[in-house]
Ligand binder design. Structure first.
Ligand SMILES: CC(C)(COP(=O)(O)OP(=O)(O)OC[C@H]1O[C@@H](n2cnc3c(N)ncnc32)[C@H](O)[C@@H]1OP(=O)(O)O)[C@@H](O)C(=O)NCCC(=O)NCCS
Length: 164
């Protein structure tokens, strides 16, 4: 992976996706199936990263997922992704999910997680990504949180099954 040229600094935009929860989205408890929520979050992270770096990234890791509040049929869910950390070819998007009960206008925080996405070329090889500005206290705080998550996941990766 060539890394000689200076990397552009590109401010990432948050990206939001919306869905209405149908009966087919539910688990046997009557709340939204976690795998469906994750699929939406993964897509949201991928679109956010892709729009920022002008590539179609792949997901390398999904970490620190917390399901906080069950999501119910008929609610509108919003997934919101923001890039909070960038390495060389990988970056991490934090995705938060909210549910809106349209009848009562109540809004609930439901879930969040950190998605590591890798920019790849046409041969599937990692490529160097741009950088993001880290200026505000909140950007610095989010960067530190993501850096700790990355440290843990790379330690786990080092202990994982050897690749064939
Ligand atoms: C992700 C992938 C491209 C990485 O390729 P690789 O040959 O392991 O590349 P490297 O070891 O050079 O790692 C490249 C970057 O990815 C990161 N990375 C690789 N595997 C990772 C993992 N399991 N978790 C988190 N980050 C990972 C590395 O830390 C490195 O980041 P950096 O460049 O910012 O320092 C490759 O493992 C892959 O294609 N995985 C399958 C992806 C997939 O099918 N996703 C689901 C559908 S989108």
């Amino acid at each position: 992976m060539a890394h000689t040229e200076p990397r552009p600094i590109i401010r990432p935009e948050p990206l939001a996706m919306y869905e209405l929860v149908f009966p087919s989205d539910l688990n046997p408890h009557g709340s939204m199936f976690g795998g469906r929520v994750l699929a939406m979050m993964d897509k949201c992270a991928g679109l956010c990263v892709g729009r920022w770096c002008n590539r179609i990234p792949v997901t390398a890791s999904i970490d620190a997922i917390q399901f906080v509040t069950p999501i119910r049929q008929g609610q509108m869910i919003e997934a919101r992704a923001q890039i909070v950390h960038v390495g060389r070819s990988s970056c991490m998007a934090r995705v938060s999910v909210y549910a809106d009960d349209m009848l009562s206008a109540d809004r609930f925080f439901c879930c969040e997680g950190y998605f590591t996405m890798v920019g790849i070329d046409a041969h599937g090889r990692p490529v160097v990504l741009p950088q993001i500005p880290v200026e505000t206290d909140e950007e610095k705080r989010q960067w530190e949180i993501a850096a700790k998550i990355k440290e843990n996941l790379l330690a786990r990766r080092a202990q994982a099954e050897p690749r064939k």
